[in-house]
Design a protein around this ligand. Structure first.
Ligand SMILES: [Zn+2]
Length: 117
């Protein structure tokens, strides 16, 4: 299977780095906790224990955290909420809180997209 690749906050310089790991999960796929982080800014290259706080693209929505592996995925999430799409797979669905606050999500994602240009 293809290696997981996640944009993360560099533990050393706080810029955008990449976390590499194998995938885990039987249905919804997550990167494994043990992997390697590589940063092109400060040259960091070391073993890393991954947590959802590491995601570079993340937004706090109430008590929940919305996160995306990369900017393309973030864009997909924005489109999803803008078009009021519904997922067919209940396990892949977003929490109800996200739908209630979709305007905030779209706004916050747009902010990130603008800043990344
Ligand atoms: Zn770095």
């Amino acid at each position: 299977m293809e290696e997981a690749r996640v944009d993360v906050i560099c533990p050393k310089c706080s810029k955008k780095a990449v976390y590499y790991a194998e995938w885990t999960g039987s249905y919804v796929q997550y990167p494994k906790k043990k992997g390697v982080v590589k940063c092109s800014y400060c040259g960091l290259h070391k073993k890393h224990t991954f947590s959802s706080q590491d995601y570079f693209y993340k937004i706090s929505i109430g008590t929940r955290l919305l996160f995306a592996r990369n900017i393309e995925k973030l864009n997909c999430i924005k489109t999803f909420f803008e078009k009021n799409l519904k997922t067919e797979e209940p396990d892949l669905d977003f929490p109800k809180e996200f739908y209630q606050r979709k305007d905030l999500i779209i706004k916050e994602i747009q902010k990130i997209l603008n800043n990344s240009k």
